[in-house]
Design a protein around this ligand. Structure first.
Ligand code: ASP
Length: 400
């Protein structure tokens, strides 16, 4: 006999009813085109997965409220939803790969975890509703600006962002560099869709709200919470395609854990973040194009030419080993530098520091420190909003 948690308990009944007989369009979920779990866009309308905390009626599914009554003893936490598996839905509760990511709206997520009202005054907003492979620079800017607006208000004590796990670390690291507040920001996702047996989303969301409402979480930069671990956006990365323990911070460790309904912090991020960075996105409407190229045996120069021709202002190379480039790849990189494109050497190894060399200085190349290629891309985009000078860009990579 399956013991349903609150998420599946609430959702299960709804999905079965709505999928079979009662398609209902979730009003707040329509910010963007939904996506499948592999990131492919789909034009399928979102009809089958609206649910409410009472497991209930068609009317309550449409008219759910995203705001709980205010209890002045509790922190005020805003949840900003962007989609992902945590908002994913399938007609089968054993489907954990073929579901539709970004199917459920913020009201549904909040109403599925009524326990949150015991620890915070939560309210929500839908920023986007996509699989995270479809998060683009426009969404990043919209999200960051909204967070800065919210955290500037005395009425908001912390922010939780719900997000697909595939690119979650990129968004979290972007926010880590541009949020201008010491108040807690926690980015949370799930590996199993909301409809799955033993979905991990509800408890992850509950934990994220708990962390965001914890005074000790202030000043720790943007955090990521999944699987009871609290990771720093700068350090943690997705390591497994489907496992619920996919987010790991192997080299630098976790900031803390949530255990037995309590938040424990053990470490501080040492790299500069949030209010201590030079990056200001308040007036930006776009970010410079930065592409990632992957090093492999027998590669050539032509992908550098293609990236530059397509408008890249920067290229991150996922080099082999300690950021190594083949002769042809290096020739492509030097040609790109000569045409004014910044080159950052990162690594495809998955961990370790790409060390800076005298040759980098001679060539005008930048080394990524321990940033993986996808996070190096985020920093390079922001760096290019300030300068084109590789030496100054290197100082950003040394500090952030
Ligand atoms: N599989 C992804 C997730 O875990 C889908 C996405 O990133 O949106 O959320």
């Amino acid at each position: 006999m399956i013991k349903w948690n609150s998420w599946t308990r609430n959702l299960g009944a709804c999905v079965l009813v709505t999928a079979l007989v009662l398609p209902i369009t979730l009003e707040s979920a329509a910010a963007a085109t939904p996506a499948t779990s592999n990131g492919a866009s789909t034009s399928t309308s979102v009809t089958s997965s609206a649910y409410s905390s009472d497991g209930g009626s068609a009317a309550s599914m449409v008219a759910t409220s995203a705001t709980t009554p205010v209890n002045t003893d509790l922190p005020n936490i805003k949840i900003l939803a962007t989609g992902g598996t945590i908002a994913g839905s399938s007609t089968s509760n054993t489907d954990v790969t073929g579901y539709q990511a970004g199917a459920l709206g913020i009201d549904a997520l909040i109403n599925a975890v009524p326990e949150m009202k015991d620890i915070a005054n939560v309210s929500g907003e839908q920023i986007a509703n996509v699989g995270s492979p479809d998060i683009d620079n426009a969404v990043l800017l919209k999200l960051a600006k909204r967070i800065n607006e919210l955290l500037a208000s005395d009425d908001v004590d912390g922010v939780v962002v719900t997000h697909g796990t595939d690119t979650l670390e990129e968004t979290a690291y972007f926010l880590n560099l541009v949020v201008k507040s010491k108040k807690p920001v926690v980015v949370v996702g799930a590996m199993r869709p909301a409809t799955a047996i033993s979905a991990d989303g509800p408890f992850n969301l509950y934990n994220a709200v708990k962390i965001a409402g914890t005074p000790e979480a202030s000043g720790k930069g943007v955090m990521i919470e999944l699987n009871d671990r609290i990771g720093a956006a700068r350090y943690i990365t997705k390591t497994n395609t489907t496992g619920t323990d996919t987010f790991k911070s192997t080299e630098q460790g976790y900031l803390g854990v949530v255990s037995g309904d309590k938040v424990y912090f053990y470490n501080e991020p040492t790299r500069k973040h949030t209010a201590d960075t030079v990056f200001d996105i308040s007036k930006l409407t776009e970010l410079p194009q930065v592409d990632i190229l992957y090093e492999y045996e027998n590669n050539g120069s032509y992908l550098y030419d293609a990236a530059v021709a397509a408008g890249a202002k920067g290229i991150v190379v996922a080099g082999s080993g300690n950021g190594s480039l083949s002769k042809l790849s290096k020739a492509g990189a030097l040609k790109a530098i000569a045409s004014g494109t910044a080159i950052v050497r990162s690594t495809r190894t998955g961990s370790g520091v790409v060390t800076h060399s005298d040759e980098d200085d001679q060539n005008g190349m930048i080394s990524s420190d321990s940033l993986n290629p996808q996070k190096a891309r985020i920093l390079l985009m922001l760096a290019l909003t300030q300068t084109k000078d590789p030496k100054q860009i290197q100082t950003f990579f040394d500090q952030y």
